[in-house]
Design a protein around this ligand. Structure first.
Ligand code: BTN
Length: 354
């Protein structure tokens, strides 16, 4: 029989030479997946003061072979990490991370961003935040520089390379009625925050995509968790293509996506952007909690470029075409069909036709 301690493997990511914190992981977890290996390697490289480390040393630190370490580094470079791989060593270049200290716990806000967590490379900020849900207060924000399993609406993958803003917020609304409108209202808040920081005015494509010149620049994902019939918490994820080169996006996304830096021709200060997002979202959340959902809708309507358009709506029940007329009280899209009937859609994918 092995003792619990025997079962653990000491991961010598700790090498004093590497100057990295020590940590323990159970055998079964030992960097089994390639993605976790990449995350561990990123942690080791960027937590060092020394910009250069030999591949052998790095491989030893995460208990893998130099060849696997080199492959992981290649993947990190694909995500935009500023790394240069030479024959036997890897060098990292300076990069402006989202600055947690500058961001701080935000005293200007009441509910959102009183606690902010930062991670380097995670599977999804949604899952990372969920791990904290039992001890984290309402409004806790978790930001990651990159995600390897970022997810979008309708079970789509979400590209999350370096330079974007990938963040999730934990919400425990006390006024849980109509909480379906939160993602849409928060998308409006993100649009305002972007407009505060740079000279751009994103429009909302129903339900919660932000668009510039008809290309997607940001999207929101809401995941609600219930205890029986009662809403326990919502984790709302924000994905904003801030400083993302279009050429770095997966091919199939390039035609329909854009980024703030692409539109502006220069990079955006992501820390300032995140601070504004937190402040605007806090304002929306307070409006919502004080029962002003209808006023929130009034703010969103003028931003919603879907209204008045001929749309194609895809749902599990089929594909429908009609004219998008208005938003309902719960944020649903009301569409007039060709036979004159008005149908409300709650969850669907919408294409603007004209
Ligand atoms: C969409 O438009 O489909 C929603 C995209 C939401 C992406 C964000 S990025 C941060 C958070 N973590 C995830 O895995 N997804 C959301």
């Amino acid at each position: 029989m092995h003792s619990a301690k025997d079962k653990r493997t000491r991961r010598e990511a700790t090498d004093s030479a590497l100057g990295v914190k020590s940590f323990w992981v159970s055998d079964r977890q030992v960097l089994s997946s390639t993605r976790e290996l990449e995350a561990a390697i990123a942690d080791v490289i960027f937590s060092r003061k020394e910009p250069r480390v030999s591949i052998d040393e790095l491989a030893r630190a995460v208990h893998t072979s130099p060849a696997r370490a080199a492959r992981a580094i290649f993947q990190l470079k694909e995500l935009g990490y500023p790394l240069h791989l030479s024959h036997e060593s890897i060098r990292h270049y300076p990069f402006r991370w989202i600055d947690l200290q500058q961001l701080g716990a935000n005293p200007a806000t009441q509910r959102i961003g009183r606690r902010v967590e930062w991670r380097l490379h995670v599977c999804s900020t949604q899952d990372e935040l969920k791990k904290l849900k039992d001890e984290a207060p309402d409004g806790t924000v978790l930001i990651a520089e990159t995600q390897y399993g970022g997810r979008g609406r309708l079970k789509r993958n979400w590209f999350s390379g370096l330079g974007g803003v990938w963040m999730s917020v934990l919400l425990r609304p006390t006024w849980s009625e109509s909480h379906q409108i939160l993602p849409m209202a928060f998308a409006g808040a993100v649009a305002r925050a972007i407009g505060d920081v740079v000279e751009l005015s994103p429009m909302l494509k129903w339900p919660n995509d932000l668009m510039l010149r008809s290309r997607k620049v940001a999207g929101l994902l809401a995941e609600s968790n219930y205890q029986g019939n009662n809403l326990d918490h919502v984790i709302l994820g924000f994905g904003i293509n801030a400083n993302i080169e279009i050429a770095r996006l997966p091919k199939e996304l390039r035609r329909h996506s854009t980024s703030l830096s692409h539109e502006l021709g220069q990079e955006v200060d992501r820390t300032i952007l995140v601070r504004h997002i937190i402040e605007e979202v806090d304002r929306s959340y307070r409006d919502f909690e004080s029962g002003h959902a209808d006023e929130m809708l009034e703010e969103v309507r003028p931003l919603c470029s879907t209204l008045g358009k001929e749309v194609q709506v895809t749902t599990a029940e089929g594909i429908f075409k009609g004219e998008a007329l208005d938003l309902g009280n719960d944020g649903q899209l009301k569409v007039r069909m060709s036979d004159g009937t008005i149908v409300s859609f709650f969850a669907a994918d919408v294409k603007h036709l004209r």
